[in-house]
Ligand binder design. Sequence first.
Ligand code: COA
Length: 176
Amino acid sequence: MTIAIRPARAEDVAAIDALLRESFPAPDEAMLVRDLCAEGDMVLTLVAYDEVAARLAGAIVFSRMAVTVGGKQVPAVALAPVAVAPNYRRQGVAEALIRAGHDMLESAGVVLSFVLGEPEFYGRFGYDAAVARNFASPYAGDYFMALALALQGGLVPCGVREEAHHAPAFARLGTQ
Ligand SMILES: CC(C)(COP(=O)(O)OP(=O)(O)OC[C@H]1O[C@@H](n2cnc3c(N)ncnc32)[C@H](O)[C@@H]1OP(=O)(O)O)[C@@H](O)C(=O)NCCC(=O)NCCS
């Protein structure tokens, strides 16, 4: 199997939408991605593409967040969603998408990535609930994790509760 990780193109949009609808129990994630795109909050979308079968194997979306560190806005993203087609699971496709995304975002100067998900899965990429606890968010809790990508000197809490706001489309999850 030859899986290539590359930025999504216009011709991938329908296949990404279909993948999200097949991967999650409700269409919320597909609508989230549609809204993030329409509202200009998408930062990076990567696809895992099976070049032999000429079909989409997986996709990941990173969207813009409004995050403060030390009272100043820093470039930050939310990882959501990531999905891999059933036939391609447990072969490291999600891991390849997540690691490629982190590398590209770090090169672009993004300093923090947040995720809401399974600590066991995302912990292997360095996501840590202890880091996210420094930030006020409606998603705060054990499943809300953050990863410092390129934060020089790490994240130094300075007594101020920092803020982490997702793009507006997240507030509509489960309401449409
Ligand atoms: C979660 C998902 C993206 C993983 O894709 P994948 O390509 O199979 O992942 P990888 O092969 O890189 O890694 C698989 C590993 O992750 C683990 N894993 C997968 N889903 C997990 C979960 N929800 N919680 C904990 N671990 C999980 C598997 O146990 C496996 O570990 P192992 O190989 O050591 O047994 C895929 O199962 C999927 O699309 N699921 C439906 C959509 C979804 O739940 N997305 C994530 C929430 S946004």
